[in-house]
Design a protein around this ligand. Structure first.
Ligand code: NAI
Ligand code: MG
Length: 343
């Protein structure tokens, strides 16, 4: 999606729960300082929406995204076990946001240096369709839990094609498809087969290899540099993307995009961090990097570059860092230092 530099772009803004409003507010401030052309339509989602209007995914939020087809979202709290179904999953389904792209790049050299891996995760199928139920045995209504995963050939081919096209556009040379086809022969075998089928169209340009998910998890710790792009089913992608975040310094530095036919939604990989919410100390960099991906998505590569360069300089040269990165700055102080660099 290309746009002219002077055109305003309508976008939905969902601050979300926990640290969401804190990191989203400073992200909007930074984007303003950068001169990013977004006209925000502020909408609710998650627990914030449930409390305000009785629905964690209000119709107004859906309508806004239908109109703008573009959004920046804070993390949304999802109750574990019972409670309402994940709003993130519902948004991905409603807008067919089938591709979850999570780049992991070293900014601050730590345990690992020069990590540069892009994970592409299938975002609406697999175990996240949540065909789940309990079976009663005797007087225990929850004696047995059953979950069914669903992967379709069409869905697998679509995400594989997306990954290869991404590789071509971004000059990446190798895709490693992640599976467990030795055990989940059907559910993840269909994914592996689809990747191999699509790979034929890219021979000589992008190489395909494959790993079993558990072996990949180990190799990511021992030698992450062997990987260029990972192509994952929904559950494995969720898990391995947090692992990638760990390789580059934690969840405070990991952005993601959800790309689909009908919309694109940008967010941090991390959740609402209830343990630090309301304290003003959250690291806003993941959300800021997500905003950078959003700028690229609408064709503002130069603004995206200025933003990411500014983040690097603030972290590395000015040494302004939040507590999760061993620093003393709070959220607002980091944002002020960044704005000083980019304005
Ligand atoms: P989490 O990612 O919220 O937190 C894990 C740990 O990382 C916590 O110790 C937290 O303080 C820390 N952390 C996360 N982001 C940080 C940041 N920006 N700066 C500094 N520290 C940060 O994961 P958790 O605790 O498992 O989940 C909390 C809630 O978030 C749950 O309700 C979960 O469902 C939801 N969630 C939502 C996501 C989304 O909306 N995309 C993604 C992941 C979880
Ligand atoms: Mg996750």
């Amino acid at each position: 999606m290309a746009s002219k530099s002077n055109e305003r772009i309508a976008a939905t803004l969902i601050p979300g729960d926990g640290i969401g409003p804190e990191i989203t507010q400073v992200t909007v401030d930074v984007l303003d300082a950068l001169g990013a052309p977004f006209d925000w339509d502020l909408q609710l989602g998650g627990v914030a929406a449930l409390e305000a209007c009785g629905d964690p995914l209000p119709e107004a939020t859906i309508q806004s995204l239908k109109r703008t087809r573009l959004g920046l979202k804070g993390p949304l709290t999802t109750p574990s076990g019972g409670g309402f179904r994940s709003v993130n999953v519902r948004l991905r389904e409603t807008f067919e946001l089938y591709a979850n792209v999570r780049p992991a790049r070293t900014i601050i050299p730590g345990r690992y240096e020069n990590i540069d891996i892009v994970l592409v995760r299938e975002n609406i199928e697999g175990f996240y369709v949540a065909h789940e139920h309990y079976i009663q045995v005797g007087d225990d209504p929850k004696a047995v839990a059953v979950s069914q995963g669903v992967n379709t050939r069409a869905g697998c081919l679509r995400i594989a094609r997306f990954a290869f096209e991404y590789a071509v556009r971004h000059g990446r040379k190798k895709i490693t498809v992640i599976h467990k086809a030795n055990i989940l022969k059907a559910l993840t075998g269909i994914f592996l087969d689809a990747a191999r089928e699509v790979a034929k169209d890219y021979e000589g340009r992008v190489r395909l290899d494959d790993r079993i998910v558990d072996a990949c998890a180990m190799q990511l710790v021992l030698n992450p540099w062997q990987f260029d792009m990972l192509l994952c089913t929904n559950l494995f992608g969720d898990i391995l993307s947090d692992q990638l975040a760990g390789l580059v310094g934690g969840l405070g530095l990991a952005p993601g995009s959800n790309i689909g036919k009908d919309a694109a939604l940008f967010e941090a990989v991390h959740g609402s961090a209830p343990d630090i919410a309301g304290k003003g100390i959250a690291n806003p960099v993941s959300q800021l990097l997500a905003a950078g991906l959003m700028l690229e998505h609408v064709g503002h590569d130069e603004l995206a570059r200025r933003l990411t360069d500014g983040i690097r300089t603030t972290l590395l040269e000015d040494n302004v860092r939040t507590a999760d990165l061993g620093g003393k700055a709070n959220t607002a102080e980091f944002a002020r230092a960044l704005i000083h660099r980019i304005a």
